[in-house]
Every structure is written in C-alpha cells, then in structure tokens.
Write a protein that binds this ligand. Structure first.
Ligand code: NAD
Ligand code: GLY
Length: 378
C-alpha cells in the first residue's frame, strides 16, 4: 500500500493543452482515492463530477472562500441540486454546534445517502465538512477541495475529520476517507502570506519525519515558495501528499507509523488550546512545536545541536514564530496531558534522531521535557 503516480496526466496535457494534473492515489483497497494537484482544477468540472455520483450536493465553504471560489466550482456541475452552506470563518468556529448546523441543512433538504458533501476551503472547513459527512446517515461521500497550502499538503488527505472541544484540540471526530481530493494550486494566489507560512510548517514537518532531501530542498528554495513560485509550490504539495498518502496507505487508523505525522503537534496543540485557538494559527503552532520536538530530542541526547539550529534557521527564514512567552511550562504541560496521544497517563512524543529520521516514544527523561518547555515558554 502507498502512493502511486499515474501517467494519464501527461497524456491529457499533450492532447488538449490543458494545464498539467499531477495525480497520486491513496491506496486503501476499495476505499482508495485520487489526489489531483494542478492549476485551474476548480473549473475542471469533469474531474470533480466523476466523484459526485448522485444528484444532491452539499457545498460547504466559509464566508471568506465562498465569495472567491464557490461560483467557479458550481459552474459546470450540471443539473445537480446544489445546496450551499457558508460557515463563519475561523478555528474558533470548529465546533460541534457548527457541524450540527450542516446536519440540519442536510435533513431539512431531505438529502439521501447518495448525496455528496464537497468541502471548499482550508483545513477548518475540510475537517468539519468531513465530520458532517461521516455522521450523516452513518456516512455519506465527500470530496475535499482544499484552498490553503496547509489543507493541500496535509488536512485534506487521510480521512481525519472532526472538531475541537473547549478541553482540547480535535477531541471529537471520526476517520472517514474522502472520495477524492482536488487541489487547485491557483487558489493559493489569494492566500494571505501568514497562512502560506503556516502551511509551510507542515511541509517542513514532512522533511523532518521522512525526507532529508526535501528538508535540504526547502533550505535551498524557501524564498521561491514565499514568493508563490507555482512550480516550487506544486513540487512541495506533490511531495508532501506523496509522503502522507504512503503513510496513510500503510496505517490508516494510526496504529503505528501514522503517529509520526504528529511531529510537533503535541506541543503545538497545547499552544493553540492554551491560548484559546485565537492567537496561533494551527500551522504556526506546529512550526513552534517542531522546534520544541527537536530541542527535546537534543535534550534527550538524540539529536545534535547543529540539526536543531538548522531547523531554527529554516523556521525563521519561513517567518514562523518559535516561542510563546505568555504561557508557563506548567500550563502547557497541563494541555499536553489531554492530547489524544496520551497513553496510560504518559505523553507520547515524536522525536528525531536526525533530520529525516523520526520515531514515537513515551520513554524519555521527564527533565528533558521540562527543560524544553522552559526554553520556549514563560
Ligand atoms: P483555515 O481553514 O482556518 O484557513 C486559514 C484561513 O485562510 C481562513 O481564514 C480561510 O478562510 C482562509 N482561506 C482559505 N483558503 C483561502 C484562499 N484560497 N484565499 C484566501 N483565503 C483563504 O486553516 P488551515 O490552516 O487551512 O487548516 C487548519 C485546520 O486544519 C486546523 O483546524 C487543524 O486542526 C486542521 N488539520 C487537520 C488535519 C487532518 O489530518 N484532518 C491535518 C492538519 C491540520
Ligand atoms: N495530520 C496528522 C494526520 O493526518 O495523521
């Protein structure tokens, strides 16, 4: 199981002079699905329509993304019955109450089991629309149309859906795989620079967990990415999806390797929840969490100081924050303890032996964790 490229895309380019479509597959047996990456895909109704078999479609977007892209997406979807739900924008709205609103719309419109939910937006919209699709009539189809870099490299792939709880990040949710992911790289042109940087934190994560060559590529090409160079962006989206698809293909339910994708997240989620989901963007918190995981790996005697410094320099060049002086180590530790990765009361962490070599462990010196928190907080 893993990711697989298809050659059909190149043929399409040649035949019809349409922009190139990179196609990967998340290999999950009968639930396998494609990830399509390319320019202008929103208006390629043919690509989208083949993953929307029924007549009824719930288009879920938000008040920022809807006005920009919903019309382009709807155009060409034929005589389907499209009901649009525009959610309030922001992580603070990633709640059961918002999902409940979507379910109300599905019921009110008497959508049946062959309906499709289409998520047009960033990770917040995608996680909630996916969760509504997982719950409605015990599960209906959904298609991810991610419009942030973070969603294109991470959240739209892999079937983790859900919402936050005041007690913790993403504590309520379900695994429910989409039928397709359609990532139109043109949508990134309207993405605010801060959101682009937040997405790049997840790309750096892939280099750290699995691909030292990607990390070096990022060190050499970060300025191109920050300048929205389309080829550079397509390269990192494709490589990130390839790594994620491969990991999800061999461990869909996070019984093993998939936990590696949480590098930096136990620290990052604690920063987000301890500050009420308003101060840190998710990707920013992950970026700071990556450095905390590297510091911790160094404190535990696993990673050289030079590797930690390389990561710090890359994060700083990306324009990502790396510390939070308004929170104390004790506050953050308390939030880390309600993370989903806690097992038998012990916080499990993803640590690094090198750039590109990561592992999950609950076996580390507690004073290394304390020193790490003190170095970045308070
Ligand atoms: P987001 O969805 O809040 O989007 C960021 C901002 O950009 C929002 O204001 C949004 O309206 C706006 N936006 C989106 N696309 C735009 C565009 N093309 N042009 C202009 N503005 C645009 O945040 P995100 O970073 O995409 O996602 C973060 C969420 O994803 C978090 O809730 C996180 O927990 C979740 N996540 C889930 C997974 C998963 O596997 N399911 C993985 C990583 C992150
Ligand atoms: N972002 C972590 C995962 O999808 O498993």
């Amino acid at each position: 199981m893993g990711a697989r490229y298809t050659a059909a895309a190149a043929f399409l380019d040649f035949r019809a002079a349409v922009p190139r479509v990179n196609t990967l597959t998340v290999e999950l047996g009968s639930r396998s699905y494609p990830i399509l990456i390319g320019s202008g895909l929103l208006t390629r109704a043919d690509l989208l329509a083949r993953h929307i078999p029924g007549r009824d479609l719930l288009l879920v977007t938000n008040t920022t993304v809807g006005p920009l892209y919903a019309a382009a997406l709807k155009q060409g979807l034929g005589d389907r019955r499209i009901v649009e739900v525009s959610l309030p924008d922001g992580e603070a709205h990633k709640t059961l109450a918002t999902v409940s609103r979507m379910l109300d719309v599905l019921v009110a419109n008497r959508f049946s089991r062959d309906c499709t939910v289409v998520a047009l937006g960033g990770g917040v919209v995608g996680d909630m629309a996916g969760f509504a699709a997982a719950c409605y009539q015990r599960g209906v189809a959904y298609v991810q149309v991610p419009t942030t870099l973070l969603a294109q490299v991470d959240s739209s792939v892999g079937g983790k859906t859900g919402v936050n709880h005041p007690g913790g990040k993403n504590l309520i949710g379900a695994f429910h795989q989409p039928s397709a992911v359609v990532a139109d790289t043109d949508t990134l042109k309207t993405l605010p620079p801060r959101e682009l940087r937040a997405g790049l934190a997840e790309v750096i994560k892939y280099g750290l967990i699995d691909d030292a060559a990607l990390f070096v590529w990022l060190e050499e090409n970060m300025e191109r990415l920050l300048a929205h160079d389309p080829d550079a962006l397509t390269h990192v989206i494709r490589r990130s999806c390839e790594i994620k698809a491969s990991i999800v293909g061999r461990d869909e339910r996070e019984q093993g390797d998939r936990a590696l994708l949480n590098l930096g997240h136990t620290f990052g989620h604690a920063l987000e929840s301890a500050t009420g989901y308003t101060k840190w963007l998710h990707g920013e918190a992950v970026g700071a969490g990556l450095l905390m995981a590297a510091t911790m790996s160094h404190e535990a005697g696993l990673l050289s100081a030079e590797m930690v410094e390389r990561l710090r320099r890359l994060l700083e060049r990306t324009g990502l924050p790396t510390e939070e002086r308004s929170l104390t180590p004790d506050t953050v530790l308390e939030h880390m303890r309600i993370d989903k990765k806690v097992k038998s009361g012990r916080i499990r962490l993803v640590l690094l032996r090198s750039i590109g070599a990561s592992f999950v462990t609950a076996d580390y010196p507690d004073d290394a964790l304390r020193r790490t928190l003190e170095a970045h907080l308070g």
